[in-house]
Design a protein around this ligand. Structure first.
Ligand code: 13P
Ligand code: SF4
Length: 311
């Protein structure tokens, strides 16, 4: 049993013993963010995974992120505290259906959100994250036809912003889909001066009320630098931990779901990782990511294009 163990100290000891780096996404529990060597958005975490000289990457995020780390750093052991940490966007896009969709539109390239399986990355031309999508899309010639998947809201946001039609895969993030426009308007009425910062995975009826739209890192930067002392945050609420650490004098309010609070917007997949499971993963070097080499190389092509085009 783990009872009585000082998990923080044990994780620290194992991290040194294993020459491991702990990477965490902003949607992880505060105690995991606090013990990580690096906390970031999807693009930053991919870059860290590609650059690290550690032998082990302990990825505190969801499976597609840990797979990305393995695709970019195949010689490293990549562990994920809970292998069931998936993503609704990944689930919405089975590789065989995506392959058929591509085959039905042979004159289109596939610009694909990083929130998908390694198999779907292998079937794609260029990967994007929310922080790199605009820069990458602006480099694609206007006459080039595009399939964008699996997030229809990020795709729709990009389409509107660039005035550019794209064929959208119908996936959504269940977390951002759960924000309520009615409750958001009530909250705005109570805090008329507070800007709304929203992630582009939000549906258009939420983005319509946003003062700023961006990736988790961009939202965090906005929260730190805006002159307003209260900010409404329309993304997974665990990111508020970093905001409160950076600017404790400001007030950050998670955008509400239909029940009027932000608890229904906690990502259930991200929440599967715990300090206990991180400790066990570092101790046993399990569960670890393993990928078919041919598929990994195909997926690496589309990820490398992202890293080049985003730099
Ligand atoms: P970013 O951190 O890249 O903005 O991604 C958000 C997200 O939903 C990850 O699952
Ligand atoms: Fe997937 Fe949404 Fe959870 Fe991110 S927040 S891992 S997009 S379900």
């Amino acid at each position: 049993s783990l009872a009585g163990l000082d998990l923080r100290a044990e994780i620290d000891r194992l991290r040194k013993e294993r020459n491991a780096v702990i990477l965490a996404h902003y949607y992880q529990k505060p105690e995991i963010q606090d013990i990580a060597d690096f906390v970031g958005d999807s693009l930053e975490l991919s870059r860290k995974a590609a650059e690290t000289d550690a032998d082990v990457i302990a990825f505190c995020g969801v499976r597609f992120m840990a797979e990305t780390a393995k695709i970019l750093s195949p010689q490293k052991t990549v562990i994920l505290p809970d292998m069931d940490a998936g993503c609704s966007l990944e689930d919405s896009c089975p590789p065989d259906k995506f392959k058929a969709f591509r085959a039905a539109h042979p004159d289109h390239i596939a610009l694909t959100y990083i929130n998908c399986s390694a198999e779907v990355k292998a079937l794609s031309d260029i990967i994007v994250t929310s922080s790199s999508a605009e820069k990458i899309l602006s480099q694609i010639p206007p006459e080039q036809k595009i399939i964008f998947g699996p997030d229809k809201h990020l795709g729709g946001y990009l389409s509107r912003k660039f005035g550019r039609e794209m064929l959208l895969w119908p996936g959504v993030c269940i977390v951002h889909e759960a924000f309520s426009e009615t409750e958001l308007l009530k909250l705005k009425a109570q805090h008329p001066d507070a800007p709304v910062a929203a992630h582009p995975e939000c549906p258009p009826h939420v983005l319509d009320h946003a003062d700023m739209v961006g990736s988790t890192s961009a939202i965090l930067e906005f929260a730190k630098t805006t002159p307003h002392d209260t900010v409404i945050v329309a993304t997974e609420p665990h990111i508020i931990h970093q905001m409160e650490k950076a600017v404790p004098e400001k007030t950050f309010i998670g955008a509400p779901g239909a029940d009027g609070n932000c608890n229904c917007n906690i990502c259930p997949y991200m929440a599967l990782n715990t300090m206990e499971k991180l400790y066990i993963a570092l101790r046993d070097l399990e569960p670890k990511i393993e990928l078919d080499e041919e598929m990994r190389l195909a997926a690496k092509k589309s990820l490398d294009r992202m890293l080049e085009m985003a730099s």
